[in-house]
Structure formats: C-alpha cells, structure tokens
Design a protein around this ligand. Structure first.
Ligand SMILES: C[S@@+](CC[C@H](N)C(=O)[O-])C[C@H]1O[C@@H](n2cnc3c(N)ncnc32)[C@H](O)[C@@H]1O
Length: 276
C-alpha cells in the first residue's frame, strides 16, 4: 500500500492536508522510503518536461528526492521544497538542492520556474493556497503538474490485506475496507480537489488529467520492505506494525510469495496562462 489509501469520509473530518502529523511523518525512515518507493515512469517525466517552457523545476514535497533526481536525469535544474527535515537531508545527500518548508509557507524570494511538480505530495498541500503559490512562481506558460501513483491491488490481494488491517488497526482513520474497491475512482475525489484549487485561482488553463499505466511485481520481502512507508502506517506502534507485516506476509505466502501490482500514474496538470 505505497501511496494514498482513501480516508473514512465523515463530515466532521478535517481535509487530508490538515492531517499534519501524517503529512510530515514520512521521514520516520527516509532511507527505507527512498529504497522502496516506486519511481515514476521515465516517459512520464519526459512528458512533463516537454510540456513545460524550460528546464527549471520546483519539486513540491520532494521527499527523499525520487522525482527530483528523475527530473535531473532528464536535464532539469531542480529545487525541492520539503517540510520534513529528515527527508530533505536524504534528498540533499543524493544531490538535490532542498529548502525546508511547507509549500504554503515557503518564501520563493522572487525566483521563478518553468514547472512546479509534485509527486504523490499535492494532497498534503492546501489545494487553493498551493495553486496560488504555484501561479506566483510559474513563468508565463509554466506548468503545474501534481501526480500520483494509483495502485490497483488485484481484488483477492486487496481483500486479504484489508482483512489484516481491519483486525489489527480497526480504528485507523484510513479506510482499509474500501481498498479492494478503490482503483482510479477512489482517487478521483483527490484529483477533483486539485482541479478545484487550480480553477479557483483563475490563472491556469483548464486542468487536464494525464495517465500512464504500468505494473510491477513484488516478492513478499519487497512488499513488506515498502509497507511501513505508507502514510497509514508510519505512526503505528511497533507491535501493531509487526502484526500488520506478519499478517500481510502470511497473505502473500498464500499467493505463492509474490503478486503483480498494476499501477496507473495520474497527473492533474495545467499551464499558467494569465498573470497571477
Ligand atoms: C508521499 S511523500 C512523496 C515524496 C516524493 N515527492 C516522492 O515522489 O517520493 C509526500 C511528501 O510531501 C511532503 N509534504 C507534506 N506536506 C507538505 C506541504 N504542505 N508542502 C510541501 N510538502 C509537503 C511530506 O513531508 C512528504 O515528504
């Protein structure tokens, strides 16, 4: 469960980006995060670069620098903004320049960019304040691209995992019961929030959604290595985490020790067409 499981939807619940404890918990094990989280397809990074007017990229919520390094490999000059100092330290050690701040509070100090990219991070940013800040720093025609890996666990795998989560962490604010059914539709709420924020700011072209389908096989050990980096699990007490890992590991054993995960990488993207 590498990315963004749906939350329970209760009217009283805060917006996802206001869950600051989870939002800034990924540095609990930055090394594991960087080692195990999926990369973005190269063709994906190239598409964003090709649709931007130049090669100067701001990576919002750059984490350990996974996307930032891919943009660098595509010839871009990249600055990361990242609120979690532990993630930022890792990114710096890997060759990415990073300023420690939330995007909303970050001071651009007059700097401008050809693209504002956010890999699996925009849901932690206030969608309106974030789009307004992106509009402020984008050059004319500059591109905002917020993108996510949507994972679509095969339904038998999802059901087995959901049963483990339900047993071990029944009170989690993350809705594991929805996992078997989620897929792209489950994420559309999140994409719509990004689209709404971009439209509200009023200086962008109409937002588009881009998608890229790919897949990755995981052995039991590979999946269990990545699982603790999930926002739903980073704050779990170690005994509960161990129980989740044991339960999920046993479920994968019944699948002959591996499974294939279909991923769809989806972007919400727009160009800055008017003055902010
Ligand atoms: C799931 S990680 C994604 C990291 C990286 N972009 C990647 O693709 O691997 C989300 C990142 O967003 C950062 N984040 C959370 N709230 C943020 C905010 N308000 N502004 C910028 N980044 C934020 C977190 O600290 C975390 O590093």
């Amino acid at each position: 469960m590498p990315t963004v499981p749906p939350e329970r939807t209760r009217p009283s619940e805060r917006e996802r980006h206001q869950h600051r404890q989870v939002a800034e918990s990924f540095g609990t094990d930055a090394e594991r995060y960087d080692r195990t989280r999926p990369r973005y397809p190269d063709a994906w990074v190239e598409r964003i670069v090709a649709a931007s007017p130049g090669l100067v990229v701001l990576d919002v919520g750059c984490g350990t620098g996974i996307a930032a390094r891919q943009f660098q490999a595509a010839g871009c000059k990249v600055l990361g903004v990242e609120p979690d100092g532990r993630m930022a330290d890792f990114a710096r050690r890997s060759g990415v320049e990073v300023e420690v701040s939330t995007f909303e509070a970050w001071d651009p100090a007059g700097r401008t960019f050809d693209a504002v990219a956010a890999g699996t991070a925009w849901h932690w940013v206030d969608p309106v304040a974030g789009a307004a800040k992106a509009a402020q720093v984008l050059r004319p025609g500059g591109r905002l691209a917020a993108f996510w890996h949507v994972f679509q666990l095969p339904s038998d795998v999802a059901e087995a995992f959901a049963a483990v989560y339900q047993r071990v962490v029944p009170d989690s604010p993350f809705n594991f019961q929805a996992m078997p059914k989620q897929g792209l539709d489950g994420y559309q709420v999140l994409f719509n929030k990004a689209i709404g924020g971009i439209r509200e700011v009023g200086v962008f072209s109409d937002p588009e959604q881009w998608r890229f389908d790919w897949q990755q096989s995981y052995t039991r050990d590979e999946w269990l290595d990545q699982l603790p980096t999930s926002g739903a699990l980073t704050q779990l007490p170690s005994d509960k985490l161990a129980e989740v890992l044991a339960g999920v590991g046993a479920a994968i054993d019944t699948m002959l020790g591996s499974f294939t995960m279909p991923y769809t990488t989806v972007a919400v993207t727009a160009a800055r067409t008017r003055i902010a």
